[in-house]
Ligand binder design. Sequence first.
Ligand code: TYD
Length: 205
Amino acid sequence: MSALFITFEGIEGAGKTTLARWLSERLRQEGIPSWLTYEPWEPRLREVLLEQGDLQREEELLLFLADRAIHTRHIRHALAEGKTVVCDRYADSTLVYQGYARGLDIEWVRQLNHFATGGLQPIRTYLLDLPVEIGLQRQRERNRIGAEVIAFHERVREGFLTEAGREPQRYLVLDATQPLEELQRALWEDVRWLLGHSHPPQAAI
Ligand code: TYD
C-alpha cells in the first residue's frame, strides 16, 4: 500500500476543512498513518498572507509560492515516511486565485507552481463545488481574502471547474451542496479505491 498525497480545493465555505479533518480521522481509525495539513502553511507567511490588507497580486503570488516550497519539503518527508498526506489547499489554489481570479498569466503561474513544488502533484484532488452565494453565506468573512466580492469568487469557481476538466484523472468534483454524510460516503469510497491500488511514487516526480 503506497502513501497517498490528497488535496482538497474549492471556494470558501465549500467544506474543505471539515471533510479533510473527517478523512484524516477516518484514516486514523483504519490504522493508516497520515498527516493532515493546510496552506498557507508556514505561520509567519500565513499571517502576512491572510492578515495584511494591501498586498499586490505579484507579492501575494510570491509569498504563496515561498510558503509552498517550504511546505512541499515537509510533504515529501511525510510521504517518504509512508504517511498519507491530506492537504487543505495546494498548488491549484494559486493557479486559480492568483491566475484565474486575480488575472496573473495562468501558464506562467503553472510554471512557477512547478518550480515551487519540484513537480510534486497530488494523486487525487477533491474539488468541493457549490454556488458562490451558498459558499459565502456559510462563511463568515474572517479575513481580507475571504471578504472579496462575488465576481471574484465566481472566477475562482470557474477556474477550479476548468482545471478539473483539464485533468479529469486527478480531480474528482463533488457536489458540496449534498448532505455531509453523502460527501463522506463518496469520499471514502474513492480513497478506499486509491488505497487499494498502486500508484507512481508522487514524491519522486
Ligand atoms: P483560509 O483561512 O485557509 O480559508 P479557506 O478555509 O477558505 O481555505 O484562507 C486561505 C485563503 O487564501 C483563501 O481565501 C484562498 C487563498 N489562497 C490563495 O489565494 N492562493 C493560494 O495559493 C492559497 C493556498 C490560498
